[in-house]
Design a protein around this ligand. Structure first.
Ligand SMILES: [Zn+2]
Length: 164
């Protein structure tokens, strides 16, 4: 843990996920001394904390995502994610943490939805799969249905049309 020049422990105030020009993801860890008010920020390679972080903490990016979830869902997601992070012995909830399946939780696919996914061109299939499972998870759904696929397809075609 960080110690301030005044001799007190420094408390972790926040973590930002950053990627610099070399493409290596970094965490910018903000710490503050509650005794003298000194603030410091330290860049560390993502996932390599040493003793820098003194408690379970959400990155700004993960918090931002949580705040955009429906109010009935956010507290459930928070609890579920924090439990999963503790089980894994981690301390930081990142944007990616929110996307991955929780321990023991799996999104199921309807047979028809699975069949349709297999027909999606390979280059976009993996992305489509992640996006579908993420959307379902955001809504508290555990199944991927054809209806959901149709809905997202319309959304993406809409975006493509706007760009063109
Ligand atoms: Zn101090």
């Amino acid at each position: 843990m960080l110690t301030c020049g005044c001799g007190r422990w420094m408390h972790t105030e926040g973590v930002e996920e950053r990627t610099y020009e070399d493409g290596v993801p970094q965490w910018f860890v903000r710490s503050e001394c509650r005794g003298c008010g000194l603030k410091v920020g330290v860049d560390v390679p993502a996932g390599q904390l040493g003793g820098l972080i003194d408690r379970l903490i959400w990155t700004d990016e993960a918090l931002h995502r949580l705040e955009r979830m429906p109010p009935y869902l956010a507290p459930l997601v928070r609890e579920e994610v924090e439990q999963d992070v503790r089980i894994r012995g981690e301390r930081v909830v990142t944007y990616e943490t929110l996307l991955r399946p929780r321990t023991g939780e799996r999104i199921e696919w309807d047979a028809e939805a699975e069949r349709r996914l297999s027909k999606v061109p390979a280059p976009v299939r993996a992305m489509a799969k992640v996006e579908l499972e993420r959307t379902a998870a955001d809504r508290g759904q555990r199944r991927i249905t054809v209806a959901l696929m149709e809905e997202l397809k319309a959304k993406y075609f809409g975006m493509a049309a706007q760009k063109a």
